[in-house]
Design a protein around this ligand. Structure first.
Ligand SMILES: O=C(O)c1[nH]c(=O)[nH]c(=O)c1Cl
Length: 309
């Protein structure tokens, strides 16, 4: 059974990635992830021009079937991550995630990557829901289109974008129409489901400090939304644009479902945070068992072949 996959010309020994933000912020986390045998690639925490502490704590809370977070983009700063992915003992392909505070900052970071010797993949995060006062750019179709036009005027290295979930088929049509105009290496869908709320009934209180308790929802409860976004975008995007399926993956079964909907690679976020790096080995093994039972030898045997009723 072969779990290898690729994004454009970058070959991964297996389809599993960490979701950006999970186990990829500090040097220690990155080193452990780089040396982990069971994940095929490494995605950095979204980097901003300068390092950030992020939002006040508590800013993460486990839920009965997932998580809610309002981290606020804590990270070591762009130069740290660019240095890491260009100078460290690279054992697997990397995706450098960036998230400027404005279009100008995004363009500046991309110019720096274009002018650097980094040869890996880059992912522009257009969907962070937790920076106070900053909307999720990818919900603004005109701005996203304008941004991509300006980016592809100069950026020639592989570039993907991290999308928020959409909840309306017309919105899938609109965003796909925009994305199909650009030579993207991939889209990564979904980011957390923005601005959810969790209540501690005993304390009669919200559970997060920032933004009055509103935060991005992830984990098992996000799987139906994640599968819908992978499927809808696969049905609409040019075949040249690969898809990283993110959201709700807790088992080999969930990973299989993402690939069936069309995912080329699969990211694990909440489950990786809650279980630790062992989640990669467990989910790898579970997926292999499922493929063996079904007589599949590679992901291409079933990728995107979701049947309709
Ligand atoms: O609060 C965060 O740091 C964060 N949290 C998320 O759930 N998605 C993101 O893209 C980001 Cl940048």
């Amino acid at each position: 059974v072969d779990l290898s996959s690729k994004i454009q010309n970058t070959q991964f020994k297996n389809l599993f990635l960490n979701a950006s933000g999970i186990h990829c912020q500090s040097k220690k986390e990155l080193e452990e992830l780089m040396n982990d045998h069971y994940s095929g690639g490494l995605v950095t925490k979204s980097a901003t021009p300068n390092s950030r502490f992020g939002n006040p704590l508590p800013r993460y809370h486990s839920l009965p079937a997932g998580s809610i977070n309002s981290m606020g983009l804590p990270n070591e700063g762009f130069q740290f991550y660019l240095d890491y992915v260009t100078h460290s003992n690279i054992q697997k392909p990397t995706i450098l995630s960036i998230a400027g505070m404005s279009k100008e900052e995004d363009l500046e970071l991309l110019h720096q990557i274009q002018d650097s010797k980094y040869q890996g993949l880059t992912e522009l995060n257009l969907s962070c829901p937790n920076v106070i006062g900053k909307p999720q750019m990818a919900y603004d179709f005109a701005s996203s289109n304008q941004m991509l036009k300006e980016i592809f005027a100069f950026f020639k290295k592989p570039l993907g974008i991290k999308l928020p979930p959409y909840f309306d088929l017309v919105h899938f049509d609109k965003i796909a129409k925009i994305l199909n105009q650009y030579p993207l290496s991939h889209v990564n869908t979904i980011n957390s489901i923005g601005n959810g709320m969790w209540v501690d009934v005993e304390k009669e209180s919200v559970v997060l400090k920032p933004k009055g308790g509103f935060g991005g929802i992830g984990g098992a409860i996000a799987l139906p939304t994640a599968l819908a976004n992978v499927r809808a975008l696969r049905q609409r995007l040019n075949a040249s644009i690969n898809i990283i399926g993110t959201g709700g993956v807790t088992s080999g079964k969930d990973a299989f479902a993402h690939v069936l909907c069309g995912a080329n690679m699969v990211s694990i976020g909440t489950q990786l945070y809650e279980e630790g790096l062992g989640a990669f080995q467990r989910i790898n093994n579970e997926l292999i068992e499922i493929m063996k039972a079904k007589g599949y030898h590679s992901l291409d045997d079933f990728r995107g072949k979701l049947k309709e009723q």
